[in-house]
Design a protein around this ligand. Sequence first.
Ligand SMILES: [Fe+2]
Ligand SMILES: [Fe+2]
Length: 244
Amino acid sequence: MTILIVAEISATLTKNQHPDYTVVLGAGLMERKRMIDLKLPATFLCLARAEASKDFGTSSHERRVAALVYRLARQLGLPAGKARQLARAGILHDIGKLAVPVEVLQKTAPLSREEVALIKTHSSAGHHILRMPRNALVNLAAEIALHHHERFDGSGYPNGLVADAIPLPAQITSICDTYDALREDRPYRRGIPHDDTMRIIVNGDNRTKPCHFAPQVLSAFQVISDQAKMIFDTPIEQYAIGGA
Ligand SMILES: [Fe+2]
Ligand SMILES: [Fe+2]
């Protein structure tokens, strides 16, 4: 099913008069008026592509997480402007992987303990790359990069923050990142279908547990799970990435 049509994409991009890039994502044939225009800063998209090219080769994961962050933030009651800021910042959540050796990121065999520890440094590395106190958006991206692997029960990293000590933007990004990471193919396993992914997030498995997420964030994610499926199932070229 074609979710977006070219004319709609072109119209949106034409309207966008500033030099930023745009991520447009339809909510479905019956809901085209609810398209998201993230007005993604071009530099953010380039950075996301640079990081992704070192990891799995595309920035599809980063763009889908950004789109999903917007939906979830809105479901949680955040104003549209704030949700857009979170989505823009969220696209850089894994930027710290630029500091992780490519042999580790692309390894298909099981990782050693040292290699797992190396991968976990990407959250602190991302914060180091983005830390810029005088730029609110970049600073928000730094906060998300640092804390997107924290878990509500305190079992996450890098700081083992518990519950609401984890900034809300990172809580939102965390569950969106988890959903998309489970769904997509990885070098060492096939992607998991939507229904099974939701079962894992809600009921848990040997790695993911519902206690990793704030209860209200998990509830809101369940409400938008159909949108999460739609975002994942939308071919990435229909995300309409382009300059104004
Ligand atoms: Fe990450
Ligand atoms: Fe990620």
